[in-house]
Ligand binder design. Sequence first.
Ligand code: 5GP
Length: 178
Amino acid sequence: MDPDIDRIIFTQQEIERCTDRIARQINADYANESVIVISVLKGSVLFFSDIVKKLTVPCEMDFIAISSYGNTASSGKPQLKKDIDADICGKNVIIIEDILDTGKTLKSLCDLLKRRNPKTLKICVLLDKKVKKACEISADYTGFEVEDAFVVGYGLDYAQKYRNLPYIGALKEEIWKK
Ligand code: 5GP
């Protein structure tokens, strides 16, 4: 285990089972349909790629970047950094995001994409934090519920580090409180 990690919260095997389960649900929900899956950069990239490899429904991939964070604290003002290329009007869309925390990021992303009139818009998150949400928002597909710790690995970073860890772990407090 990486020395900066306090404890592993979800192992590689647990994550593998979780992406199997979510891909199976998506394949069942979109049988006979196609879907545009949008990865919210950068945190969802590993989760996104594990899921899309398991999709059997026809899909297009796209990427969006929105940011509301410094290193650990939400400023609460999500900003669009990179837009998708696809025209989503009349299409089935699934947003794939790393963490649903206060919900501000996903709320602003959903509001933005809804204005483009997709046929359907669903949310898939790797982690749903057990915290009070600032907005009315919930995920249609959830990997895991997680305690309110600062987590890294499997795409999630602290100051752009730890994204490559194959598991999800709580970062030692002395690292992020420095
Ligand atoms: P929200 O807008 O829901 O409060 O924030 C969601 C975003 O905050 C996530 O997409 C993620 O980038 C970031 N975030 C929230 N909690 C954590 C955490 O524990 N670890 C990491 N690495 N990012 C987090």
